[in-house]
Ligand binder design. Structure first.
Ligand code: ADP
Length: 468
C-alpha cells in the first residue's frame, strides 16, 4: 500500500483552530487501518511541548530570499501515525497561528522543511497537502526541486478545506519564495498582480480534492469560487469532492470524557443530565430545563452565517428559547451575543474563546444546533451534533447539504433571516412533540459519518494516481 505523507498547519491533538485539525488528526489513522503507512508534517507552535518527542534531525537549513532559516525536526508516533514537527521558534513560537505579516516565510519554511523530511527521514509515495499553508510543496516538488532523484515518482494530492483563505501576498513576496520566475503568471501563481499560494497547489498537484461533493461543485461557480472558479474550471478534470469523516473515538456521547453523563440512542436519559450540566457550566438558571436549548460552537466569522443570526436572533428569542454559544473570532459577532445576553438575561450565555471541553458539552447538552452558514465546505459540528442527538438547523450549502437531510435535521435554502426563522420554528414545533422528536434524535444518532467510507475513497485515489 502507498505511503502517505500529509502536510498541514494544524492537526489534533497538537494544534487546532478548526476542522482542518480534526481531519489531519484523524484521516491518517483511518488510512493506517486500511494498510497505509502515514506521517504528518506540521509546525511546532509554542504550545507544543517537545519533552516526549524525539529529535529526528538538527539544523535543517532552508533558503527563502535572503533568509537562511535553520529548523530542527522532532518526531513522535501518535496512535500509529508518525508526526514530524518543524521547529523554528522565531517563526512559529508566537501568539496565534495565522495572520502574521511574514506568513509566506513561515509556511514557505514549513514547505521546504517537508522536502528535507522526505530526503532525510520519511520518503512517501504520495504527498497529501492541505490548504494554502502547505500549497508551496507542490510547485517546489514539480519545478524548483524536480531534478532531485529522491522526489521522482512522488504524486501530489491537494485538498482544499476552505477556498476563502488562499494565501495571497503582495508581488514582492514572490522573490522571497525561491520559485522559478515563470510561475508568476496567471495560469500558475499570479492573481491580479499578487502571489497566490493556493493556485500553486491547484496547478501542480496530480489530484485536487475538496471536503464535500456539494462544495466541489459550488466552488466552480462565481458565487462560491472566491475568484478562483475559472482557474478551478481549468483543472476540473482532477477535482473531486470527498466528504470528511468524523472521529467517533473523540466524538461519542457514550464515552465522551468531557460529559457529566453518557448516553446512546437506546438510553437517552444521560442527555438530560448533560443539559443540566451545560446550564450550570454557563451559569444559566435551571428553569431553562423546560426550554429548548439552542447551541452554537463556531469560529465567529461571516462564513458561519452570523449576519443572518444577527437579523433573526431577537425574533427567535421571542419563542422562549435558551441560547448557549462557544466561539471566538470577530469582535462584532461577540458583541452581538453580549447584546443578546443583556437583552435576555438568564436565557443567553456565551463563552468567547477556544474551549474544547465546552464545545463537547454544548454538543451534548443542547437540544438544537444552529449552523446557518453562508458557505460551508464540509462542516463537522453538524456531524457531531447528529451523533449527539442534537438536531441541527442548517443552511443547505456545501457539506451541510450533503450530511443533513429532512429526517435528521432542518434545512433552509435562501440566505434570508425569514428562511432561517422558519426552519428554526419547524424544529421548535417538533421539539414540543416529544415522540416525534425522540424518533428524530434516534435517526440522527444512527447516521454514520465515520472515516471508513471516505478513507477508502482517498486510498483508491492514491492508488489510482500511482497506477496500482
Ligand atoms: P471550520 O473548520 O470552518 O471552523 P468545522 O465545523 O469544519 O468548521 O470545524 C470546526 C471544529 O472546531 C469543530 O471540531 C469544532 O468543535 C471546533 N471549534 C470551533 N470553534 C471552537 C471553539 N471556540 N472552542 C472549541 N472548539 C471549537
Amino acid at each position: 500500500m502507498p505511503r502517505i505523507l500529509m502536510v498541514a498547519s494544524e492537526a489534533t491533538p497538537f494544534a487546532k483552530t478548526g476542522g482542518l485539525a480534526d481531519v489531519v488528526g484523524s484521516l491518517p489513522r483511518a488510512l493506517l487501518e486500511l494498510g497505509h503507512q502515514t506521517a504528518v508534517v506540521m509546525p511546532r507552535y509554542g504550545n507544543i511541548a517537545t519533552h516526549d518527542w524525539t529529535q529526528a534531525w538538527r539544523n535543517v537549513v532552508v533558503y527563502l530570499g535572503r533568509h537562511a532559516i535553520s529548523c530542527d525536526i522532532w518526531s513522535k508516533i501518535e496512535r500509529g501515525v508518525t508526526f514530524f514537527l518543524v521547529d523554528c521558534p522565531w517563526l512559529f513560537d508566537r501568539w496565534g497561528y495565522y495572520g502574521h505579516p511574514d506568513d509566506h516565510l513561515r509556511f514557505g519554511a514549513l514547505s521546504q522543511a517537508v522536502l528535507a523530511v522526505i530526503r532525510l527521514l520519511w520518503r512517501p509515495d504520495i504527498v497529501h497537502l492541505h490548504d494554502w499553508q502547505s500549497a508551496l510543496v507542490a510547485p517546489y516538488l514539480k519545478t524548483r526541486f524536480a531534478a532531485d532523484p529522491t522526489f521522482h515518482g512522488i504524486k501530489i494530492v491537494y485538498t482544499i478545506h476552505n477556498l476563502e483563505h488562499q494565501g495571497r501576498f503582495g508581488r514582492a513576496v514572490f522573490d522571497e519564495l525561491n520559485l522559478d520566475p515563470w510561475l508568476m503568471r496567471p495560469d500558475f501563481m499570479e492573481y491580479f498582480g499578487d502571489v497566490n499560494l493556493m493556485k500553486g497547489g491547484i496547478a501542480f498537484s496530480d489530484a485536487i480534492t475538496t471536503v464535500s461533493p456539494r462544495y466541489a461543485a459550488e466552488i466552480r461557480t462565481p458565487e462560491f469560487g472566491c475568484g478562483l472558479d475559472g482557474f478551478l474550471g481549468r483543472h476540473a478534470d482532477k477535482l473531486r469532492g470527498i466528504l470528511n469523516g468524523a472521529d467517533y473515538e473523540e466524538w461519542n456521547p457514550a464515552t465522551d470524557p468531557h460529559l457529566a453523563a453518557h448516553y446512546d440512542r437506546d438510553n437517552l436519559a444521560g442527555k438530560t443530565e448533560c443539559k443540566r450540566d451545560l446550564l450550570r457550566e454557563f451559569g444559566l438558571p435551571l428553569d431553562n430545563m423546560d426550554r429548548p436549548v439552542l447551541g452554537i460552537v463556531s469560529r465567529m466569522a461571516k462564513q458561519k452565517g452570523f449576519d443572518l443570526l444577527a437579523s433573526a436572533a431577537w425574533e427567535m428569542m421571542n419563542d422562549d428559547v435558551c441560547l448557549a454559544v462557544v466561539g471566538s473570532g470577530e469582535q462584532r459577532y461577540e458583541d452581538l451575543f453580549r447584546g443578546l445576553a443583556s437583552a435576555f438575561p438568564g436565557r443567553v450565555a456565551a463563552y468567547f474563546g477556544f474551549n474544547n471541553k465546552l464545545a463537547h458539552k454544548v454538543e451534548a447538552g443542547a437540544d438544537i444546533f444552529l449552523m446557518p452558514s453562508l458557505f460551508e465546505p464540509c462542516g463537522l459540528n453538524q456531524i457531531y451534533s447528529l451523533r449527539y442527538g442534537t438536531i441541527p438547523v442548517v443552511r443547505a450549502t456545501g457539506g451541510l447539504d450533503d450530511t443533513v437531510d429532512g429526517g435528521t435535521g432542518f434545512k433552509f435554502w435562501g440566505y434570508w433571516p425569514h428562511d432561517f426563522l422558519l426552519a428554526t420554528r419547524a424544529a421548535l414545533d417538533e421539539y414540543r412533540r416529544p415522540e416525534e422528536w425522540t424518533a428524530r434524535m434516534r435517526r440522527a444518532m444512527d447516521r454514520d459519518f465515520s472515516w471508513s467510507a471516505s478513507a477508502k475513497m482517498y486510498s483508491d485515489l492514491y492508488r489510482g494516481l500511482l497506477g496500482r
